[in-house]
Design a protein around this ligand. Structure first.
Ligand SMILES: [Zn+2]
Length: 682
C-alpha cells in the first residue's frame, strides 16, 4: 500500500469551468485517484479555487462588485460543475480563507529569514491615465518568443514562456489601452537563482516524467538561468505583505506565490474538518508520500520550478512533487477554446444536456496526454452510441434481460476450460487497465475497459445461451453465471472512468458499494453469491440522436457570434461509380496476429494478419494512433484483392480500412465486431 497526495491545479475563481479544464487537470486526476483507491492505497485528493490576482479584480471592477463577491460566486459555480461530473475531492477550499493567508505569510517570512528574498527598487510600468502601477498581467503586448500578439506581462499563453512586462514588444496597459510609462517602485523578490543547482539535480533525477515537463524546464534553466522574480504586487486584493515596513503598505503577495500553498492549506482544512488537525503532516511531511500535481501545460513552470523552490527555501521537511503529469490542451471543433470569444462548452451546461459519464468517457478516451486533442460533438456521439451503448450497454442489457427471464437469481456454475480461459482474459485485461491508470494513460484505459465489455459479448455470442436454453439447461446455468460475473468485473474495471454507471451496474447485480466490498487483489477471487437475487435492470446509456448534436453545434455558433464554424468544409466527393465497380472490391475480415513498429518509418506499422486460414503481411500508416500491442488479437477489415505493393522496402499484401477526420488527427479502424476472420464484407 502506498500513500498518495494528489492535487489538481486550483481553478481560477473568475469564471466557470469548460470541458477543456476538465480534460486537462481534473478528470485524469479523478480517474487516477479512484483507481488507486480501488487498489487499496491511502490517497488524498485536494483542490480549491485560486481566489487572488488581477483577473479577479479586473472582473470585479467591470461588474462593479467586490472581488470577494466574484470569488464566492465562482467558487460555488465551479464546485457545482465538479459535483455534476463526479470529480470527488477530499477537500475543496479557497485561497481567500484566513488559514491560507496565515500559512502564505509564514512561507514568505521563512524565505526572508533564510535569505532567499531580496528587496529591489525597479522600474515598473505605470499607467498615467489610470494613475497606478501596472501589475504584470495588466500589461499586454507581443511575445518576444513566438510573436503572439496577445501575450501578457507574466506569461505568453500561446507558447507558455514566462515573461516580465519589459520583454513584451509594443506594451500597452490593459486598463486604459494607453502606452504605459516607466517609474521606479520597490518590491520583494524571490531569489530563484539560489535553487538553480538543486532544481537541476532534482529535475534530472525525474527520468520517468513527461519530457514536456523536464526537458522544457531544464532547457529553460540551462538557456537563461534562473533570476530573482518579484513576489509582491501593487493591488488591494490579496494577502498583505507581512512586514512592518512603510514600503510594504498597500502591497500583497503575488498570486503565483500564494496559489500553490493552497494545496497545503486545503489539506490542513481537511484535517481540521475530520477532527484530526495534525493529520495533514502525514501527507506533507512524510517522505513516503507521493505528491502528484495534475496540471495543464500552462502551469508547468510554476509547479516544476517555482513551487519546488518555495518548498526547498523553507529549510523544513516539506516533501517535493513525486510527479507532475502535465497535460496538453483540448481544442473544440478544431479551434482553440476561448472564454472571451465564448468558444467553449461550459461544464454545467453540458452536464444538463447529457449524462456526465458519457462526457467523462469521451473526454478520457480523447485526453490531451501527449499532444493537443480535439473535442468534437460528433466524436462524443460516436463514443456514446458505438461504444458505451452498443458494446458496454448491450452486454449489460442482453445479460440482464436473459437472466430475468430465467428467474432473476445468480445460477449455480460448473466452470469448464473455456470459462476459465475467459476469466483469465478478463484478469489480464483488468491488470493492464490498472497499469494504464497508474501511469496516467487514460486514453489507453478507455480502450482496455471497452475490451472487457467486448470480451463479454464475444463469450455471450459464442456460448449461445438462447440455444442452450433448449438443449442443455445445466450448461446454461454456468454460462449465465459467467456472464453475470463478467458484468461484476466490468463494473469494477470501469468505475474509475464512469463511476455513476458502474455503480448502477454493481447495484443491478444485487450488490452494494463497490469500494466497501472489493479491491483489485480480491475482485477476481470473489464472485457473486449463488442464489443472490438480481435487481431490476435499466438502460445504462441511451442513444444520442443526431438532432441533439446539431443543437449543440448551433448553440456553439450562436454563443460565439457564429464566427468559427461558418466555413465547415464541404467534403469533396469522388466521381460516381456503378454497383459493378463496387463489387470488384473484395473486402474481408482479418485478424491481427502480430504487429510491430517499422523503425525506418514514422507512420507505418507492420502487421501479420490471418484471413481465415491464410496468412499475410500488411503495412498500415496507423503508428500515430495504435500501438502494436493493442492491435494484436483485433479484427479489422481489409481490401483482400488489392495488388501487393512494396512500402518502405517491405511487402504489403492488402490494405486495411479506417475512418479518419478531415485533418487526420483522429483515426479509427473499421471494426467488424465478432464476425469471424475470412468473412466477406460488403
Ligand atoms: Zn509566446
Amino acid at each position: 500500500m502506498a500513500r498518495y497526495l494528489v492535487t489538481s491545479a486550483l481553478p481560477y475563481a473568475n469564471g466557470p469551468l469548460h470541458l477543456g479544464h476538465l480534460a486537462g487537470a481534473y478528470l485524469p486526476a479523478d480517474i487516477f485517484v479512484r483507481s488507486r483507491r480501488m487498489n487499496g492505497d491511502d490517497i488524498l485528493y485536494i483542490c480549491g479555487t485560486d481566489e487572488h490576482g488581477v483577473p479577479i479584480t479586473i472582473r470585479a471592477e467591470a461588474e462593479n462588485v467586490s472581488p470577494r463577491d466574484i470569488v464566492t460566486r465562482f467558487h460555488h459555480e465551479i464546485k457545482d460543475s465538479f459535483d455534476r461530473f463526479n470529480i470527488e475531492f477530499d477537500n475543496f477550499s479557497g485561497t481567500a480563507r484566513p488559514n491560507h493567508a496565515k500559512l502564505s505569510q509564514e512561507f514568505f517570512l521563512n524565505l526572508l529569514n533564510n535569505d532567499h528574498i531580496m528587496v529591489k527598487e525597479e522600474d515598473q510600468f505605470y499607467d498615467e491615465q489610470s494613475d497606478r502601477f501596472l501589475p504584470d498581467r495588466y500589461v499586454e503586448g507581443t511575445c518576444p518568443k513566438c510573436g503572439d500578439e496577445k501575450a501578457r506581462g507574466d506569461q505568453c499563453d500561446k507558447c507558455g514562456v514566462l515573461l516580465t512586462p519589459f520583454e513584451l514588444i509594443n506594451p500597452t496597459s490593459s486598463l486604459s489601452g494607453s502606452k504605459p510609462i516607466i517609474k521606479a517602485a520597490k518590491h520583494w523578490y524571490l531569489k530563484l537563482q539560489d535553487f538553480e543547482k538543486d532544481l537541476t539535480t532534482w529535475l534530472e533525477s525525474k527520468t520517468t516524467w513527461k519530457d514536456s515537463v523536464t526537458k522544457f524546464m531544464l532547457g529553460w534553466i540551462r538557456t537563461d538561468g534562473l533570476h530573482e522574480r518579484a513576489i509582491t504586487r501593487d493591488i488591494n486584493w490579496g494577502i498583505p505583505v507581512p512586514l512592518d515596513d512603510p514600503d510594504a503598505v498597500g502591497k500583497v503577495l503575488y498570486v503565483w506565490f500564494d496559489a500553490p500553498i493552497g494545496y497545503i492549506s486545503s489539506t490542513m482544512e481537511w484535517a481540521e474538518r475530520i477532527g484530526k488537525p495534525e493529520l495533514w503532516k502525514d501527507y506533507w511531511k512524510n517522505n513516503d508520500t507521493k505528491l502528484i500535481h495534475f496540471i495543464g501545460k500552462d502551469n508547468i513552470p510554476f509547479h516544476a520550478v517555482i513551487w519546488p523552490s518555495l518548498l526547498m527555501g523553507q529549510k523544513s521537511d516539506w516533501i517535493l512533487p513525486h510527479d507532475i503529469p502535465a497535460n496538453e490542451y483540448l481544442t473544440l471543433e478544431g479551434e482553440k477554446i476561448s472564454t472571451s470569444q465564448n468558444w467553449a462548452v461550459w461544464a454545467t451546461e453540458a452536464a444538463k444536456d447529457f449524462p456526465t459519464d458519457t462526457l467523462r468517457y469521451a473526454l478520457a478516451a480523447n485526453a490531451p496526454e501527449s499532444k493537443d486533442a480535439d473535442f468534437t460533438w460528433a466524436f462524443f456521439q460516436a463514443r456514446n452510441n458505438d461504444e458505451l451503448a452498443n458494446i458496454y450497454g448491450n452486454l449489460v442489457n442482453r445479460t440482464m434481460t436473459f437472466l430475468h427471464k430465467e428467474g432473476g437469481v445468480v445460477p449455480e456454475a460448473n466452470y469448464n476450460d473455456r470459462d476459465q480461459e475467459h476469466f483469465t482474459y478478463l484478469e489480464n485485461k483488468l491488470n493492464e487497465l490498472f497499469t494504464a491508470f497508474e501511469h496516467y494513460k487514460v486514453r489507453e484505459a478507455c480502450k482496455l475497459m471497452m475490451d472487457l465489455a467486448r470480451e463479454g459479448n464475444r463469450y455471450f455470442d459464442e456460448t449461445k445461451p438462447w440455444v442452450l436454453r433448449k438443449t442443455d439447461p445445466e450448461r446454461l446455468n454456468t454460462v449465465l453465471n459467467v456472464c453475470l460475473n463478467t458484468l461484476r468485473i466490468l463494473s469494477f474495471g470501469s468505475y474509475s472512468i464512469i463511476p455513476h454507471s458502474a455503480e448502477k451496474l454493481w447495484n443491478m447485480l444485487g450488490q452494494e458499494g463497490i469500494l466497501s466490498l472489493e479491491r483489485l487483489n480480491t475482485v477476481m477471487k470473489n464472485s457473486l453469491p449463488i442464489g443472490q437475487q438480481l435487481k431490476e435492470s435499466e438502460i445504462l446509456f441511451r442513444k444520442i440522436e443526431d438532432n441533439e448534436i446539431k443543437a449543440q453545434i448551433e448553440k456553439l455558433n450562436k454563443q460565439s457570434g457564429n464566427k468559427k464554424m461558418e466555413e465547415t468544409p464541404i467534403k469533396e466527393s469522388k466521381p460516381e461509380i456503378t454497383i459493378e465497380d463496387f463489387l470488384k472490391l473484395d473486402l474481408r475480415v482479418a485478424e491481427v496476429v502480430a504487429a510491430e513498429n517499422l523503425e525506418k518509418s514514422r507512420k507505418l506499422l507492420k502487421l501479420q494478419v490471418k484471413i481465415g486460414d491464410e496468412s499475410r503481411q500488411i503495412l498500415a500508416g496507423i503508428k500515430e494512433f495504435y500501438s502494436p500491442e493493442e492491435l494484436v488479437g483485433r479484427k479489422i477489415v481489409i481490401v483482400y484483392n488489392l495488388k501487393p505493393a512494396k512500402l518502405a522496402g517491405e511487402l504489403s499484401e492488402g490494405m486495411l480500412l479506417a475512418a479518419s477526420n478531415g485533418d487526420k488527427s483522429l483515426l479509427y479502424l473499421v471494426d467488424p465486431g465478432d464476425i469471424s476472420s475470412g468473412s466477406s464484407v460488403g
